[in-house]
Design a protein. Sequence first.
Length: 177
Amino acid sequence: MQLVIQLPTRDEQIELNRRRWSEVLADSRLADLPYRIETNAYGELVMNPPPSGSHSSRQGRLTILLDKHLSNHALPECPISTIDGVKAADVGWYSAERFALVEGQQAFEIAPEICVEILSPSNTIAEMQHKRQLYFEAGAEEVWQCDHSGQLEFYKSSAPDVPVSASSRCPNFPLSI
């Protein structure tokens, strides 16, 4: 038996994400939960444990460093509308030109040029590969991963599963934070 999965078009998924993310943001009961909320392709809520202190510290440091090295728009908890629902990159960086295209959207329908994920103990290799693919499909140029010791790995959309030695957008960015 062969399994065939029928996926909606990107435009259909974006429309579902718009409707569902508006509902999520309007639900005051969700705002009080201590979880990080995303959605999947069906609009169902996906809740992850809240970040630890070290995760939060790295997120803040990455945001500050991106702002220092590139300026424009370094955004923590950056909501990105993907073909698998709305995902929140730990940090996203937008150029002024690209940010002008998404400004005012509740979940950004074009990914930032740089998406950063800070690994948590529960993250798997498969999960990180999946998120990279989602961000690249949504328009990201680079995805950075920060491990538990603060070491960064850089990935480019042209070779999404092959780490490179440095960011093309920001070649002087520290390799460790």
